[in-house]
Ligand binder design. Sequence first.
Ligand SMILES: *Cc1c(COP(=O)(O)O)cnc(C)c1O
Length: 340
Amino acid sequence: MVARSSAHCQIEAAASDAWRRELGQAFTRVEPLLAFLGLRRDQVPTLDPEPGPFRLLVPRGFAALMRAGGPADPLLRQVLPLAAERVLTAGFRCDPVGDGPAAQAPGLLRKYAGRALLLAQGACAVHCRYCFRRHFPYGDLGTYDSRIGLALAQIQADTTLHEIILSGGDPLLLADGALGDLLARLAAIPHVRRLRLHSRLPLVLPSRITARLCALLGTVTPRPVLVIHANHARELGAAAQAGLAALGAVGVTLLNQSVLLRGVNDDAATLAALSERLFDCGVLPYYLHQLDPVQGAAHFAVSDREARGLMAALRARLPGYLVPRLVRETAGAPCKEPLG
Ligand SMILES: *Cc1c(COP(=O)(O)O)cnc(C)c1O
């Protein structure tokens, strides 16, 4: 349980200003991002300057990790809207992993034994162009309080649920008060034995990892597992490393999941460097996902044959604990399916 008081909440509001301010200053348009990177429009002729509702969103700190003057930078490629996103590709869908049919309550997804995913809120700090929830109808979820109330009632009633995974959107975009309250209410349910958060904020907005957040996560019992999402070693800058060290120091278990992405991390040296950098930051590789076939992301796809070849190359050069599991999520399957 997390102790809270109104005095705490006031301190929290002040402390949260820095990362919220930083998020407010994120790039939301293509031109200023290109200017920041010293790139001319004609160096990226494939871009889409008007990407529609899934707009460009890149925190400045993340942009600062990109190589200036590099139109093919693997970090830039993850966030830069391309005209290719408008191409309709057979087999690529709006709900590629069956989130819709898996909803037990608004934002409570139940696919696998013993675990449920709770979409804490809909916003992210970065818009990854390959996002499998880029078409998710977050607007239909209803208000936070009513939705979370319904979800908690369902979780309370289902004694077969042993792990709750906060996802989103990004659950670390919740204010400390709301996050602490939610974790405390989940932790108070006797059959919930594990709490997990999936977040990209430690990398794309490391200022979110405040001392207060660490204190909050470090006093929840059971201590949460935090699965970050890095696709490339260079995403783990000095600020991310410091934040992750602080989280590790309070007993948070740190894992990473990546997506295998054409032009970002589709070679063995890049994947090996990512695993080694993760270890330096106290994080173990967990999953390497085959791309979810979401409409608009087909240009990121890597074939299964190539993916298996990359895994063989990784196994040949890294200790087993630095080799992630290659998996695919298939709508309706009982677990994420291993691809060997
Ligand atoms: C990925 C996922 C999980 C977690 O799966 P693990 O294999 O335990 O990491 C749980 N629920 C849903 C709906 C998921 O998509």
